[in-house]
Design a protein around this ligand. Sequence first.
Ligand SMILES: Cc1ncc(COP(=O)(O)O)c(C=O)c1O
Length: 475
Amino acid sequence: MGDPLDERDQVTAALTVAAEEARAYLADIDSRAVLDPGAEEIIHGWSDPMPEEGDGTLAAVRDLATRGHQAATRSSGPRFFHFVMGGGTPAALAADWLTSAFDQVGYAWASSPMAGRLEQVAVDWLRQLFELPEEFGGVLVSGATMGNFVALAAARNWWAEQHDVDVEEAGLSALSAPPILAGGYIHPSAVQAIGMLGMGKGSIERFTRGAAGRLDADALGARMRELDGPAILVANAGEVNAGDFDPIERMADLAAEHGAWLHVDGAFGLFARLTPEASELAAGIDRADSVIADGHKWLNAPYDCGFAFVREPARLPRTFNVGAAYLPAPDDPRPNPGFLTPENSRRARAFAVWATLRAYGRTGYREMVERHLRVAGHLSERIDQAPQFERLADVKLNIVCFRARPEGVAEEELDALNGRLGEALLRDGRVFAGTTNYEGKVAFRPAIVNWRTQEEDVDLLVDVLVELLEAQLGR
Ligand SMILES: Cc1ncc(COP(=O)(O)O)c(C=O)c1O
């Protein structure tokens, strides 16, 4: 086989194979193990030499599909509670396929008017979904990490403007680094963004009370009074260990009083705004200067997808757009989403976002979030009823933080036991949940965001953990 042009008549056959294989992969995703026994051997053995002569379109697609069936981590299925990961809703998944078929470049109107316009529509639908003010504008990004980067770059631009410096032109050496203030819930990706933006990971001041890292708002307020000038506040709406929130309303008051920029990382917690059962946690987010969240978490858009909003959208092209003679003019009034992020060539992520919102609407998402809160409540009850387990935190939203604490095991042995139990769970493969360190204790922190997840899936988590714990204890 040679030049792909010789295989142009294989496009339909290749897509038919892909559709059949995808259908087969998804057919048992509700019941099959997250990771098949033996998957790792297949993965380790996946070391074919670089082909001099290709095998042709269909052979390549079939080989990927056949090995992929056994090797893939079924993280888009209902029992992957590791990290915080959704799956693609039916509409988002199908739209994502079309995204590849259409292969639109979401840079500018000039590269694809459809991609530019649908990103504008999808971002505004998201704004409305979360009831953010009309003046907010935003952009789709690869995830919350890039969302934090985009939003904090806008914050840096704002800080520099306070000092009459064009920071993108002159660099940070032209001004002093901004004070960056946060609680202990700040996510590592926000820390990473602050580092990448040259503002110094080490310069972040954290105000905490208690071992979990809760914000000490009084200490934060005292520091802001002392600074007596602008600063960047980083708030977390939904922290990864127990789903707790910083007191955003209080932080918004402080930001307003002292003229600070308030950034809210709501990677998954922004979805608390969709239901009256949890919206209190996310109150005040509409007062922020920038807000970000993930699309591949609770929105259940396929990887990768996230979004960033800023109160002054004009700041984004000022921050990122450089321009060139062959590119659209910086003042081109048409939707040019590539002006608003560090990425120029970009996948048209808007199609999946648009399709999933079109398919399920505000009501569908509210119902899904409320179901997930019930599933988290059910898991919490199961943990409370099981004498071998101890819940470590209130269930504020969709994460249940707990550890095994069987009778007869000394406190100083519990971390090692829970660590071994976590490894055994991942080796077992039927259901995935990761461990963390919560208030100095090794603990599980299953997060429920996948559209497929129901009570029976978290029941399986508890049952498998009980079984593996008995084995660990040699009972
Ligand atoms: C609060 C928070 N911020 C940021 C991130 C980073 O998200 P991503 O990995 O999608 O970039 C996460 C991921 O779990 C998160 O929980």
